[in-house]
Design a binder for this molecule. Structure first.
Ligand code: 13P
Ligand code: ZN
Length: 274
């Protein structure tokens, strides 16, 4: 028995590899964190090592004190996670103030959690609060089409939400609240973490202009599915715009969007209707 036989570790590695196969993780691009359940921590604990030193994050999430997170390593390639998990991913424990982490498993050879750990951590903090504890996954990827849209659309939640909803009929069902947008910022620190977590108070997905996308959810399937759905819609949007030169003859109307929401029993964000 090894920690790799624990189901949640296998599921986490599978999601990393699925993202790689989608082409969303060039080089070390993207990162994935998962807030472990108490029983999953118990299953993994026999494989924990002597913890490393506490490292301050520069942000605080008091509601995450004492939690354990699976995280990808900074500078690690998603492509390699399946081949070498112990060097590519790890488990960190959060201190009782909710402002520092220490490594208890993996990230071998001096590796550290993703440079976006502060953003992941603050997103976990606000999504846990917004979902009454249901949110467990924060996923950051670099899908080409949603990034391309940040060059051609106004950087507003309304513009992105409408464009994506109108690009595929399932979209208003999958993300009826819409998506948020964070203007271009230097990645990897507390500033972008705080700006993103402000957006994630309202949305379960946030576009990072000219960079990528953050998605959140209760499990790997829902979170991966949200990333996949948004990126597919973005691909359709870009195909339509590039093949038509912007001359769209017809689209999904606001009345159509409302009819879908009614039929599927979801609450559409009315701020984004005209
Ligand atoms: P890391 O290698 O530190 O996870 O950074 C990748 C990335 O996507 C930065 O935004
Ligand atoms: Zn990134």
């Amino acid at each position: 028995m090894s920690i790799l036989d624990v189901k949640v570790i296998g599921d986490y590695i599978r999601m990393c590899n699925d993202g790689w196969l989608q082409g969303w993780h060039e080089r070390n691009g993207g990162n994935l964190t998962y807030r472990m359940k108490a029983e999953e921590v118990a299953e993994c604990r026999p494989f924990f090592r002597e913890p490393g030193p506490w490292v301050n994050m520069g942000v605080t999430g008091a509601n995450l004190a004492g939690e354990y997170f699976l995280t990808t390593g900074s500078g690690k390639f998603f492509r390699n996670v399946i081949l070498d998990p112990a060097h590519s991913i790890g488990i960190v424990e959060i201190n009782d103030k909710g402002d520092s982490w220490r490594i208890v498993w993996g990230l071998e050879g001096g590796a550290r959690p993703t440079s976006e750990f502060p953003s992941h951590f603050m997103n976990h903090s606000v999504r846990v609060a917004a979902t009454d504890g249901a949110c467990r996954v924060i996923y950051h990827a670099h899908p080409a089409n949603i990034i391309a849209m940040t060059y051609t659309l106004p950087l507003t939640a309304k513009a992105f939400s409408r464009a994506l909803w109108q690009s595929a009929t399932e979209c208003p069902v999958v993300f009826p609240g819409g998506v948020g947008v964070v203007e271009w910022m230097v990645p990897g620190g507390a500033d972008i973490a705080l700006a993103t977590s402000e957006v994630m108070k309202q949305f379960d997905a946030a576009v990072w202009a000219h960079h990528g996308l953050f998605c959140s959810g209760p499990d790997f399937d829902i979170t991966f599915g949200l990333m996949h759905t948004i990126e597919k819609a973005a691909e359709i949007y870009n195909l339509v715009m590039s093949s038509s030169g912007g001359r769209v003859l017809q689209t999904i109307s606001d009345a159509n969007l409302l009819a879908i929401a009614e039929e599927f029993g979801v609450e559409l964000n009315k701020d984004f209707l005209d």
